[in-house]
Ligand binder design. Sequence first.
Ligand code: AHR
Length: 533
Amino acid sequence: MNLFSRSATGAALATALAVTGVPAMAAPAAEAPVVLTLSTQAAGPTISRHLFGQFAEHLGTGIYGGVWVGPDSPIPNVRGIRKDVVAALKALRVPNVRWPGGCFADKYHWRDGIGPRGRRPVTLNPDWGGVEESNAFGSHEFLDFAQQIGADAYLSINVGSGTVAEAGGWLEYLTSPNGSTLARERVRNGARAPFKVAMLGIGNETWGCGGSMKPEEYAAELKKYATFVLNHHPAQQQAPNKMLRIASGPNQGDERFTDVVMSHWKDHIYSWGMEGLSLHSYTGIEKWPPSHPSQAFGVDEYAAVLRNTLDMDGYVRRHAAVMDRYDPERKVGLYVDEWGAWYAPLPGSNPAFLQQQNSQRDALIAALNLNIFMRHAERVRGANVAQMVNVLQAMILTSDRGIVLTPTYHAFRLYIPFQDAERLPLAFEAGDVVLGDVRLPRLDAVAARGRDGQVWVALVNLDPAQSLAVELAAEGGAVGAQGEVLAAPRFDGVNSFEQPQQVVPRPVAVRAEAGRVRLTLPPASLSVVALRR
Ligand code: AHR
């Protein structure tokens, strides 16, 4: 089987790959460099920092054990929240965290999670293994956590099994500064100042676990929630600080859902509104249950999963086109508030806990999706990777002994300069790499001017076996560059508690010549560099 059709070197290496499933070593970049032409003058859209958001659901050990250990735990904590996890997430400059779900959100009743912890009811978590939910981590603990890591709060409210009055009361409890009974109850529970809630998700997957609604049925609910669930915080009454209302949106390619919700938005009477529509799309679920392994996989698995993740571009493009018909001024943003890789559960784990390893392939999935969102920054204003800790494509894996930072964590860290950056036009032609019956682009790249004034370029070499030489040709020239590269000994390389530093970013080697910058991208790697001009 000829896995590679790109070059003779590739074909030879393909034989090795067919046998071992992974490249023994990187083949040298033999061809002329791929030239990337970069315009530094033309101003593109702002890449919202909220594209780099996170999602933390009451699911498996995503919250309990992963974030919350309780104040009496031997694991170092601040008010019950793990110090090691907070330090790692602070370094990631997480812009917002979506909580408490997910499917969990439409079964969550906020009153269960306030007041003295010893007196909170123990409820059940039917979606995720039917396990007991202690409610120890409730609103105050979540908002404390968000503050500790410096992130905005994105609250997902219960439309499926709640009421408008319940959700309205939750927002009054959290955000009202005055002497209402609910505000006074919050003060009694330890929070004198009102909390800020930056984003409000109105239901989750309302076509599925959030209530199996038709889009018309959901649109009727949406109008009521968007009208009556109000943020009372005095500092959040005016743009740009007003709370964003994000409607539950389609699954993957369901454009009809988008069409119906947008048509209701367009025809609105009186004052309801929404600032966002959500889209959910996971990588790797061609059939249910997900069966791709998260570790120890071969090149066929590498190729199939990366091919699948690139479908995100088509979903975003098509939903954006529907939104354009109703909203040419782009008042409503598209928020991809659940995305990431969903693999087979780790052997021996509770399948309802969605535990998986995280490999170099996941770092590339993160980079490719972030690049897609940035390329559609005119419409895509937010995204939340699923999920933050211990669940699906996690940033962090935890145990009682400590934490492991995953390749996805490192990818997100490398992308920090793109938060609120201005996208710049970038042109290149790098061709494809063919792996069995899967064709992938060899190179994916995005450029932007960061808030630091520097020109940043993110480059992904998708070829699992060959390095790729590239040359950055920026308008006005460059005298050098510095940055980091995230590569692994193998494309399925992981970080584990035994070997936590297998996949970590390292300084990139560059060469500047005649105003251009040359670098070599290792196989299956992500590089992020700032040009010196
Ligand atoms: O992230 C896991 C689950 O995936 C979420 O709870 C749900 O919204 C989606 O189907």
